[in-house]
Design a protein around this ligand. Structure first.
Ligand code: ADP
Length: 537
């Protein structure tokens, strides 16, 4: 009989214990459900505190967050207090006072007998007359992010059960607050990035992998003279922008290799736009490697630079003309001197140095005059040009230079390359300049490939090398007159070779481009319109 009674008693105890546990779990769940409803940090702080006080039945409570940069614990929410400690917030140096004990021990601190004699970091806290307090550390992502406290005006208000429950609830609140804080930071960063994106003077466009425009800033829309809203969400091929720009961009985006690309496009109204296209990489969470996610295009209106360059060019051309004759005289005088001093080796050496200098100067003047000829159209002779034959001829012309450096050169002609209307002398010169550079700037033993293919409406001729490559910041300037990248001072050159290629391409209604990455070689390309309407000079 007694056994039965004790059994019944134990059973009742057990039932009560289970019920209590269920109540606790329900309370924790209630808090979890409440705090995860919002990503707004201030709202999460107040709703979390209200929910906690409801389930634990305390008179007051507070939530402090750790500001690691400032080295402080900052009270961000309070409820049931007499005085306002949130605005301005109560700030306690990290490690000081009761909150210091919580953080240092990384455990709950319980005091059911507050009597005003405690060492407090903020003495004003005594005015609240709390007699019991529990403070629990809140964790998120493996770190303490703050403290959840409950207080009572009565002594002996909190038992171990409440302490355990607060401990469990504190981490739930911690994770919710951390999420809200992360969200707030990311929203803030997004706003800041957007402000930078909109205020930069350079036009910027982002596309997905298929060339659909996902972002475009004010500057880019202004350069294209359209509303940004007309372009967002539109595939580039359907975008209401100049067809020449569209074609060049589509080609840059369609190439399989993921190097940066830069090119310029001259519009009918003589405006010149410069483009820089780079792939956007994102880290793949699953495969732990970088994947291309889309493209970012930087566009600048460089018409004013072109105009300044044109004026400078005019001046230089005039000077070159004036220097040509005196230089010719100087060279023939040196030749005469040479014959006078045949026997004197010392004098011969000096004459040799002077001759080399005059030759270099003549090379420069010839390049300048070449540029003038091609740009003015004077001396351009139109005929049907066989591009494949042109490539073979240019390769033969460069062969002695290649042999000197043990370079190998191969051709890669893809499909049928149609004849075009053009000037074979100038086109061969352009291709020779690309090949000459590939030979000059690669290392002994490197390989060079001349590739040709049709990507309607253009024929592409590319010279690909596996040389040292070119840094991104230099790429946009390569085709400018006299530009030579840093570190190439010791290699012979005038800085005009690529400018000549560009002028030849433009005279054939085409364009030039470069794709390169340091240490990964360079590809210099030249496009020529298949149905070419060249104006005879
Ligand atoms: P130059 O060769 O006379 O200096 P260019 O106009 O032909 O002038 O070339 C401009 C610059 O471009 C060169 O000085 C060099 O820095 C760079 N460059 C051209 N082609 C290559 C290449 N294949 N690899 C690396 N750099 C190159």
């Amino acid at each position: 009989m007694q056994d039965l009674e004790s059994l019944l008693f134990q059973n009742r105890l057990l039932t009560e214990e289970v019920k209590r546990r269920i109540d606790q779990l329900a309370a924790i769940n209630t808090v979890a459900a409440t705090v995860s409803q919002s990503l707004d940090l201030d709202r999460t702080l107040t709703t979390a505190l209200r929910a906690v006080l409801n389930v634990v039945g305390a008179d007051a409570g507070g939530i402090s967050l750790i500001d690691r940069e400032a080295g402080e614990v900052v009270l961000r929410a309070q409820q049931g207090w007499t005085h306002d400690f949130v605005s301005p917030p109560m700030r306690i140096p990290l490690g000081k006072g009761m909150s210091g004990r919580v953080i240092n021990s990384d455990d709950v601190v319980l005091d059911n007998h507050l009597d005003g004699s405690e060492e407090l970091a903020v003495p004003r806290f005594k005015d609240e007359n709390f007699r019991s307090i529990v403070m629990a550390p809140m964790h998120a992502r493996g770190k303490i992010i703050g403290i959840l406290s409950i207080m009572s005006l009565r002594p002996e208000a909190f038992n171990t059960e409440i302490v355990a429950m607060l401990k469990a609830i504190a981490d739930t609140v911690g994770v919710a607050l951390d999420n809200a804080r992360l969200y707030e930071t990311s929203v803030e960063q997004e706003k800041r990035l957007k402000a930078i994106f909109e205020s930069t003077a350079d036009g910027m466009i982002a596309t997905d992998l298929n060339g659909r425009i996902s972002l475009i800033n004010h500057a880019a829309a202004a350069i294209f003279e359209v509303e940004a809203s007309q372009l967002i969400g539109t595939p580039l091929r359907e975008a209401p922008i100049h067809p020449r720009v569209c074609e060049s961009l589509l080609f840059a985006l369609s190439s399989r290799d993921e190097a940066n690309k830069s090119f310029e496009v001259t519009l009918d109204n003589q405006r010149t736009l410069s483009f820089f296209v780079s792939p956007v990489y994102v880290e793949s969470q699953v495969e732990q490697e970088q994947k291309t996610d889309g493209w970012v295009i930087i566009v600048q209106d460089i018409s004013h630079l072109r105009e300044a360059e044109r004026q400078r060019a005019e001046f230089i051309q005039a000077a070159a003309h004036d220097m040509r004759n005196p230089l010719g005289v100087a060279l023939s005088s040196l030749q005469m001197l040479n014959s006078f001093f045949k026997a004197d080796t010392g004098a011969q050496e000096i004459i040799d140095i002077a001759t080399r200098g005059v030759n270099r100067l003549q090379e420069l003047i010839n390049d300048l005059l070449n540029l003038e000829q091609i740009e003015s159209g004077y001396g351009v002779r139109m005929e049907m040009v066989n591009i494949v034959e042109l490539i073979t001829d240019a390769c033969a012309e460069i062969r002695p230079m290649l042999a000197e450096k043990q370079l190998t050169c191969t051709t890669d002609i893809q499909g049928q390359i149609p004849f075009i209307l053009g000037d074979s002398k100038w086109l061969r010169r352009a291709l020779f300049n690309y090949l000459d550079n590939a030979a000059k700037y690669t290392r002994p033993g490197d390989t060079i490939t001349v590739r040709a293919f049709v990507a309607d409406p253009f024929i592409h001729i590319e010279v690909v090398d596996n040389g040292p490559g070119i840094p991104a910041e230099a790429q946009a300037r390569l085709f400018q007159r006299f530009y030579r990248a840093e570190g190439t001072e010791k290699i012979r050159g005038t800085g005009l070779g690529l400018a000549i290629v560009k002028s030849v391409a433009e005279a054939h209604n085409g364009s030039v481009y470069v794709r390169s990455r340091p240490d990964q070689g360079s590809t210099f390309g030249l496009t020529l319109k298949v149905q070419n309407e060249l104006t005879p000079g």
